[in-house]
Write a protein that binds this ligand. Structure first.
Ligand code: ATP
Length: 278
């Protein structure tokens, strides 16, 4: 692997087992994956197939049992400022205003106040939070709080954004708006995005490419290109009336439906990874 590779994220021979008191639990099958710079990849698959495990490995929160993750030519050994993460659970600080939440990471990194304020003002405008800079999270709606979380991740200007069902907890209407905003934000800032969702429509709407995982222990069973995004901005109205997009949604839905949900992994039902031959 060399630093000149066009791929921003490379997942190489990845497989993960969690050690538990009752023995190893296999969280994913063997996964190989390459994500070029500025690509928006969405990941769908049955509950428990290992989506979050893969995301956490890319984030550097867990060390792969097997294989490795390479970002920008460097093997991931832990979290880094090149990768920003947005989870479903809000990661904003209730005692800080919108402005100070968004600027939090920059403050920790010692970015000078004037520069910090410029970045925060730009993101407040981009995420539609103008006028709410001095409000506290409890004074905002769920959708606005999620915008603060997104803006906060963007503030550190990571090249890679990892999102784990970031809009799952907001109402359906707000969700549509947030998805349109995210589509244009990622398009204009050219971030590489890895986005987990349970919604097929959301996956196809946002993506350059949708990955479908098989049931636990999950592998990548399909990779479907979504051509329209290359042309630029998107909105739900044209998406829902575009036969090509709807055909892709049906294709993804079929692939997801073929995988039966089979619940959480049970310890001891998979071979001990330390004894299994590679
Ligand atoms: N810390 C852990 N210890 C033991 N087993 C775990 C741990 N985290 C996850 N698992 C198991 O690994 C498997 C994969 O979990 P993961 O959270 O990656 O799935 P997922 O596809 O993100 O699921 P969901 O769609 O329900 O969020 C699950 O079956 C789960 O039971």
């Amino acid at each position: 692997m060399d630093a000149t590779s066009p791929d921003k994220i490379i997942v190489e021979g990845f497989q993960h087992f969690f050690e538990t008191a009752d023995g190893p639990v296999q969280a994913t099958g063997l996964i190989d994956l390459k994500i070029p710079a500025a690509e928006f990849v969405t990941l769908v698959g049955p509950s428990g197939c290992g989506k979050t495990t893969l995301l956490k490995a890319i984030a550097g929160f867990i060390t792969p049992t097997r294989g490795r993750i390479v970002c920008d030519g460097k093997t991931v050994t832990g979290p880094g400022r090149d990768r920003g993460v947005v989870f479903q659970e809000l990661a904003i600080l209730p005692w800080r205003t919108v402005r100070r939440n968004i600027g939090h990471g920059l403050e920790i990194a010692g970015v000078p106040k004037a520069e910090r304020e410029r970045t925060v003002a730009r993101l407040v405008a981009l995420t539609g939070l103008k006028g709410f800079e001095d409000r506290y999270p409890h004074e905002l709606s769920g959708g606005m709080r999620q915008r603060v979380a997104v803006a906060r991740t963007w503030a550190a200007d990571p090249d890679i954004i990892l999102m784990d069902e970031p809009f799952a907890a907001v109402d359906a209407m707000t969700r549509l708006t947030l998805q349109e905003e995210l589509a244009s934000l990622t398009f204009s800032t050219r971030k590489t995005v890895f986005f987990i969702t349970h919604s097929v429509d959301e996956a196809v709407f946002l993506a350059d490419r949708v990955l479908v995982m098989s049931k636990r222990p999950g592998r990548i069973k399909a990779s479907i290109e979504v051509p329209r995004r290359k042309a630029g901005g998107r909105d739900w109205e044209s998406f829902t009336t575009d036969p090509e997009m709807q055909a892709i949604c049906e294709q993804v839905l079929r692939l997801v439906r073929d995988e039966r949900m089979d619940g959480a992994a049970r310890p001891g039902e998979t071979p001990d990874p330390l004894k299994e031959a590679s």
